[in-house]
Design a protein around this ligand. Structure first.
Ligand code: FAD
Ligand code: UDP
Length: 396
């Protein structure tokens, strides 16, 4: 169905109302430029979207904890919401036995009874040397080798292999090593899931951040929800001189160099008549048999809930196909090769289009990286050379 767009009034078409698209449109508005955002979902915020139910802030697309070392990003996001000091302290359940994550002295004690860093190091070295006899000085070639070389075979077998293989739908030996390096390995007693200096959750959820951006854009950002760019691609391309695209890059080019692989998820939300269902914000189920990877209990992220109610979400990994949401890029060698062909095509033949965000750049970006990348795009687009403080820029 072709919609009527009053395209003459706009400087930019933005595809996707996730953080990348929203920041770009907001910053363009500050510089007097008008954007139309088309968003296929019924609401804004992309995968950061949250809603409130029974006084509880529910993250609709899995737990989103903001964590960064980038002060510019941290100062920027806090213009739009107050943040609590939430630190994620995940518990792993392996066949009924509980372990602390990420991998730290508590985990090593629970796994082996080791009490000092030297004892833990010795245990890991012993298991690594037995399992990876040919590693020598070369870099680990895949996620399994990387994990065993970092924390040994016991932790790999109980806390990583099952979780990873159901999360990604393939063997850990067929996955890139970098994925496991997202998790800290620490030789101190510290269960903080992230190493970053600034961490937290916005009190009241993330959606308010994007609502404030719209409110503060002086009418220079319009959003059409429930609108898929591909329902009207040719019209939109011909009518908008400049565009920012945050959807799947292979879909944009009609998959002409092949389909990129993604991983999808299914979320099952449940309202329970209880004050406290699992006693923690996130519990990971690390065996291969449990069909979900993790269970979130939302009230434990900020302590807010109506009395007697709690809401949990089970996160089920699933294969991706074109009818499902693409949540994770699968950044192995073959997909990287295909992505590079699309990126080259974009550079050579579509200089009028900016490709950005997790799907537009096919990168396993966290929120802070998306914010940072959006800032860089804004700097480039508006020829801003010096570092500037977004917080003090006035909307024109
Ligand atoms: P998105 O948020 O995906 O937004 C893209 C938007 O574009 C979507 O709203 C989509 O509907 C829209 N769109 C796509 N195609 C079209 C089209 N054809 N037409 C119209 N609209 C379209 N990061 C963290 O920092 N901390 C966390 O704890 C964390 N947890 C996560 C947990 C899960 C389960 C997932 C999946 C991600 C998590 N992230 C986390 C990552 C975070 O969600 C992303 O970094 C961020 O949302 C990416 O922003 P984006 O704007 O690139 O894309
Ligand atoms: N992982 C694991 N066991 C866990 C948690 C994570 O093996 O209990 C691995 C898994 O491969 C996962 C990766 O570590 O994909 C990164 O974990 P993270 O929690 O950062 O995943 P995300 O929140 O991005 O899904």
């Amino acid at each position: 169905m072709t919609k009527k767009y009053n395209t003459k009034n706009y400087d930019y078409l933005v595809v996707g109302a996730g953080p990348f698209g929203m920041i770009f449109a907001y910053e363009a508005a500050k510089r007097g430029k008008k954007s139309l955002i088309v968003e296929k979902r019924p609401y804004i915020g992309g995968n950061m979207h949250t809603h409130t139910e029974h006084g509880i802030t529910v993250h609709d697309f899995g737990a989103h904890i903001f964590h960064t070392d980038n002060k510019e990003v941290w100062d920027y996001i806090r213009q739009f919401a107050d943040f609590n000091g939430f630190q994620n302290q995940v518990v792993a359940n392996y066949k009924g036995t509980l372990y602390n994550l990420p991998f730290n002295m508590n985990t090593f004690y629970q796994m082996w009874g080791t009490k000092t860093p030297d004892e833990a190091h010795a245990k890991i070295e012993e298991q690594k040397n037995a399992a990876l006899k040919d590693l020598g000085d070369r870099q680990p070639r895949n996620l399994e080798e990387q994990a065993i070389s970092l924390i040994g075979t016991d932790i790999y077998n109980k806390l990583i292999k099952g979780y990873t293989e159901k999360q990604w739908g393939r063997k850990a030996t067929e996955l890139p090593a970098f994925i496991i390096k997202r998790l800290p390995v620490r030789f101190i007693y510290d269960n903080n899931y992230f190493n970053h200096r600034y961490q937290g959750i916005p009190v009241g959820g993330y959606t308010q951040i994007f609502e404030r951006m719209l409110e503060q854009s002086n009418g220079l950002v319009d959003v059409l929800t429930d609108t898929d760019f591909f329902d009207d691609k040719e019209t939109l391309l011909s009518e908008f001189p400049r565009m920012l695209y945050t959807g799947m890059i292979d879909q944009f080019f009609d998959y002409k160099f092949g389909e990129l692989e993604y991983r999808s998820l299914r979320f099952e939300h449940e309202v329970i008549d209880s004050d406290n269902y699992q006693g923690n914000s996130v519990i990971n189920y690390t065996d291969a048999e449990t069909p979900y990877t993790r269970v979130m209990e939302w009230k434990h992220f900020d302590g807010l809930a109506d009395e007697g109610k709690t809401i949990i979400t089970k996160e089920y990994p699933q294969d991706w196909d074109r009818s499902k949401e693409a949540y994770y890029p699968v950044n192995n060698d073959e997909n990287t090769r295909i992505y590079k062909a699309y990126a080259k095509e974009a550079r050579d033949n579509h200089p009028e289009i900016i490709f950005g965000g997790r799907l537009g750049k096919y990168r396993y970006f966290d929120m802070d990286q998306v914010f940072n990348d959006a800032f860089n795009t804004v700097r480039q687009e508006f020829d801003i050379n010096q570092d500037f403080n977004f917080a003090h820029d006035e909307v024109k």
